[in-house]
Design a protein around this ligand. Sequence first.
Ligand code: FMN
Length: 342
Amino acid sequence: MTRLTALLGLELPLLQAGMGAVAGPALCVEVSRAGAGGTLALYKEPPARAAHLVREVAAAARGRPFGVNVIPEVTGPDRCLEQLRAVLPELPRNAFVTVFGLPADDAARTVRAAGHPLVVQVGTAADADTALARGAVVLVLQGTEAGGHLLGRQPVESLLATVRSRHPHAVLAVAGGIATGEDLADAVARGADGAMAGTLFVPAAESAAHPEFKRRVVEAVAEDTLITSLFEIGWPHRPHRVLHNSLTAAAERAPAAFIATTQVDGRPYPVPRYSAAAPGVTTTGRIQEMAMYCGRSCSRVTAPRPAALTIARIRREYENARASRADSHTSTFPAPHRIQEK
Ligand SMILES: Cc1cc2nc3c(=O)[nH]c(=O)nc-3n(C[C@H](O)[C@H](O)[C@H](O)COP(=O)(O)O)c2cc1C
């Protein structure tokens, strides 16, 4: 349907964002089986465990393409390369690699040499140029509407316009503000080849997010989110969009303390107050004080349901929106109303 679907072998031009503590094997597999681009978050996973998780996804994905996601800024370039070297031999031929921020030259080269499409998320036009120079075949352009850590300062529509005019033939997906098929059709009409969505999938039945995190995303509207730099322990110097909570509302910094415990590979890890870690299903403690990354698209994110149903709904909405746009060129009927915000 678009260059993105053709390039990655998808049925719908939609990628699910890799999301630490949220996008484990279950979500990735369900999204991919439903025809979109499921993605496994490797975040800080040790290389051996990352390889194990990839094998689990590959065995369950029924041949559908899926992605693995790395964050060089969090792991550091050496660990990122180790993660890639561990997982690349486990990836099926049709799998792709998504990188949050620019990959180092050797990481990019390693992915390309293994024959997998390199998908790089950027937030500025300059980084878009660099990512293409390093061999990215898909750019994900992240706007400031997005949930999670922010790579730039431009809203998605203007970033897309800038990068599209500089790179008329590049395969571009947008990230930020996508929760419905209408949103996706809008992005494609503005010159994107597709989109990446994160917040949309946080409440999915297969997401590993903590139930309280899911509930808050479903109930939230865009105005309940804000950009802050508060949750910097473990990932400093990168502003992020989160749901407001008692820490974001406080006038003064609260004392340093461990506020929760999370399990990684069966082992408990203490979570300090102001940690970048998001609450997952195995986290216990003061969940409300943790970083709940959430984009402005939450206004249009509804009750938790299996990811396959969400993808089916988006596919229907997208096809209807595309068809009515095509019709509106030839008839005088008005376009259908947009889906109402909550
Ligand atoms: C809960 C959450 C966790 C995220 N974690 C990651 C991550 O581990 N790796 C990554 O590449 N992007 C991550 N992101 C950012 C996404 O890649 C993407 O920019 C964002 O989800 C798009 O905006 P949206 O959430 O409004 O759809 C995360 C986003 C959210 C909401």
